[in-house]
Ligand binder design. Structure first.
Ligand code: NDP
Ligand code: MG
Length: 370
């Protein structure tokens, strides 16, 4: 029996990798739904590949029709490759209708981790991380069992500014920030990789996905992006997951879980010399990482505020309205407010998100006046 797949964010970087997998293994998967937001031409091209799939262009059809479409579809698994907070409610629709969720949209977990875990449990749906670090940790925890694990160590490429001086980083342009050394991804996550906000989001994601306190989730910079993450077991030993950096690895793992996918992707060739380096992150020069740890530790709505403020700031940076160093200022200022209320429903999550966006916009206006 073919697995029925619904691809959200089908025109994006994660979506395109997912499409590549299903097109190369048509005997395994049938695509029953695809969604994009505004890229009509690319969605149309995809629809030609998947004539039996319902296609949604949410900038025109509205989010409601997509949520209904997810709920009513007969998909076995939904791949969520939507960028940003807009990915939350599609994740909820998938889980609440009992579908497994292959989750690239980390915002879903950052914003609503406990509610999402509860929805998955209640509806017998499986939450399968696609973010490469979390996919690695998920596989490692599966092997050793959660009780054996004492620490999670997330790897970070360090982004394009890893070796830049503080003075150089202060002068970084949008073009500099968009030049990621190892991964080719959407614009938002590429900027987040340069500022380490992405690693910050991933720390929160790991705490919430794997039920770990923030001080047990560590970050190490590893420029080659070959080690996707590690766990330390109680006996002090480290175990790593290693492969070439290609998002088709974690996507295929999520699609085939609990089976291991038969892979035709390029493997690491030990007949050639290569290095695996580790170094600590430069926290003073990348303050968004520390801010994320603070949000992770405080919990409640702090992660929502961190994510919302950073989204607002990155959007402004992408439009060349603010400088690279302003990204952390906007987020730090937003976190100064009181986000101690634990959201009791997805509606309350969205309320907190909206409030945080308003705060962040106010802070940005003040910055722009200076
Ligand atoms: P892209 O920007 O490449 O793609 C985003 C997708 O989401 C597009 O299909 C886009 O549609 C759609 N979209 C954009 N805005 C909205 C909206 N408001 N409502 C609904 N759909 C929308 O992003 P990525 O693929 O890089 O990232 C997607 C998610 O996966 C993010 O959460 C990211 O953090 C996560 N992720 C990505 C990785 C990667 O390698 N790219 C790695 C790990 C995690 P359209 O094309 O029509 O605009
Ligand atoms: Mg990642």
């Amino acid at each position: 029996m073919k697995k029925k797949v619904f691809i959200l964010g089908a025109t994006g970087s994660i979506g395109t990798s997912t499409v590549d997998i299903v097109l190369h293994t048509p005997e395994k998967y049938e695509v029953v739904g695809i969604q994009a937001h505004s890229d009509r031409a690319s969605l149309k091209k995809l629809a030609a590949f998947f004539p039996n799939a319902r296609a949604y262009l949410t900038s025109e059809s509205g989010m409601e029709s997509l949520l209904r479409g997810i709920t009513e579809s007969d998909a076995d698994i939904v791949v969520n490759g939507i960028a940003g907070a807009s990915g939350l409610m599609p994740s909820v629709a998938a889980l609440e209708s009992g579908k497994d969720l292959a989750l690239a949209n980390k915002e879903t977990i950052v914003m609503a981790g406990p509610l999402i875990q509860a929805a998955a449990l209640k509806n017998g749906a499986k939450l399968l991380p696609v973010d490469s670090e979390h996919s690695a940790v998920f596989a490692l925890i599966q092997s050793f069992g959660p009780d054996a694990v004492s620490e999670l160590i997330l790897t970070a490429s360090g982004g394009p500014f890893r070796a830049w001086t503080s003075e150089q980083i202060a002068q970084a342009t949008l073009e500099d920030a968009l030049r990621h050394p190892t991964w080719s991804m959407g614009a938002k996550i590429t900027i987040d990789s340069a500022s380490l906000a992405n690693k910050g989001l991933e720390v929160i994601e790991a705490c919430r996905l794997f039920n770990m306190p923030a001080d047990k989730v560590k970050v190490v910079v590893h420029p080659q992006s070959l080690v996707h993450s590690l766990i330390r077991t109680k006996d002090g030993t480290l175990y790593a997951q290693i492969s070439k950096p290609d998002m088709r690895h974690p996507i295929a793992s999520a699609l085939d879980w609990p089976e291991l996918p038969e892979s035709s992707l390029e493997i690491l060739d030990f007949s050639k010399k290569f290095a695996i380096d580790f170094e600590p992150p430069r926290r003073e020069d990348f303050p968004l990482l520390g801010l994320a740890y603070r949000a992770a530790g405080l919990g409640a709505s702090y992660p929502i505020a961190f994510n919302a403020a950073n989204e607002i700031a990155v959007d402004a940076f992408l439009h060349k309205k603010i400088r690279f160093s302003d990204l952390a200022r906007v987020t730090a200022g937003t976190l100064e407010h009181d986000w101690a209320q634990e959201p009791a429903s997805f509606e309350e999550v969205l309320d907190a998100d909206e409030k945080a966006r308003m705060r962040a916009n106010n802070i940005m206006e003040t910055l722009l006046k200076c």
